[in-house]
Design a protein around this ligand. Sequence first.
Ligand SMILES: Nc1nc2c(ncn2[C@@H]2O[C@H](COP(=O)(O)OP(=O)(O)OP(=O)(O)O)[C@@H](O)[C@H]2O)c(=O)[nH]1
Ligand SMILES: [Mg+2]
Length: 371
Amino acid sequence: MVGITSAWLGKGFKSAAARRYDQGWIDRIRLYVRGGSGGNGLPKVGGIGGNGGSVIIKASDTVKSLKLIAQKNPNKRFIGGDGGHSRTVRLLGESGSNVEVNVPVGVTVVSEHGRVLADLCKHGETAVVAKGGMGGMPSTDFLGSHGERQSIQLDLKLIGDVGFVGFPNAGKSTLLKALSRASPKIASYPFTTIRPNLGICEFEDLRRITFADLPGLIEGAHKNLGMGHSFLKHVERTRALMFVVDINGFQLNSTSPLRSALQTILILNRELELYREDLLDKPASCVISKMDSKNAGVSFEKLKSELENLEEIMHDVVDEEFRPERLIRFSDVIPVSAKFSPKTIEFLKYRVRNIIDSAEDESNSSFIEAL
Ligand SMILES: Nc1nc2c(ncn2[C@@H]2O[C@H](COP(=O)(O)OP(=O)(O)OP(=O)(O)O)[C@@H](O)[C@H]2O)c(=O)[nH]1
Ligand SMILES: [Mg+2]
């Protein structure tokens, strides 16, 4: 049985890791936006003022992070152009210019009250976040009105086909490197990855599958321990999950408890459930890593049979606190050695492709049934 009271889950440890995360990558940013004011009309001759320009958020493939927006606009204020006043030489005032803020694809726009204003999932999608004021006309006594104003939050969620979920040091980044041309940082200490990485796996027939490598999760992540679990929002938009589990289990340091591979699977399951239960409905596979380790073959066979009887045995494996209420269903348990055996990775690639294709077929047929 395992308990949560271990010293290594302490607060000081968390803040160091979380600080690195905060400094390393902005995936959330707050902006002040205001539409331009409408120009005044000209009552004498019935002239109408120009409308103020709006502030528009636009998703673009060429923008990769929110960091650039903050760098280019340190005060994070975006204001539409004011509409022109009506003049005798130009009765209809000029419209103010719109301001476009280009953001990466996958950004959610949230109001200061937490309401989702838009989900920009495709290149070219736009959201008007502050409409310009109307130009002055008879019904407004020829006075131009103010533009809308608000504070908004941009939240970037990655979109990948498969999201890696695993304890630190499990070999997630090594797996990403083996599957794609990405070159993530790899090291023998936990929490090497502090921000998500995407890698694209290309097949001979040009089919592409995107993998998202995420920072490691630990027990208590839902209580913000370790790196917390806020980065799990990135797997909300992946089509499938891939648990990456070190066959040797996980131990943060010599004073912390050793979690077996089976325990890490249950703890990850529980952490996902506590974050967002519907993540468990995604197609999921389980990759058992570092199969080149000593006695890995024997451990793998044991683990596989334990996974088949998980419901019955889990009470003896983890404390109630870590016990999932609902078990995730893996379509496959796949042994790999990302570091030493390209053959195992080749097998994994084609398995993942099948898993994604059959999940797609299933959702297509239930869509057709629903029609
Ligand atoms: N023997 C062996 N070691 C591996 C294998 N895959 C990864 N490792 C080692 O395990 C350690 C951790 O690998 P990473 O890929 O950085 O692990 P990670 O899951 O991305 O770790 P975090 O980013 O900290 O969450 C490194 O020292 C790797 O060289 C493998 O197939 N066999
Ligand atoms: Mg990593």
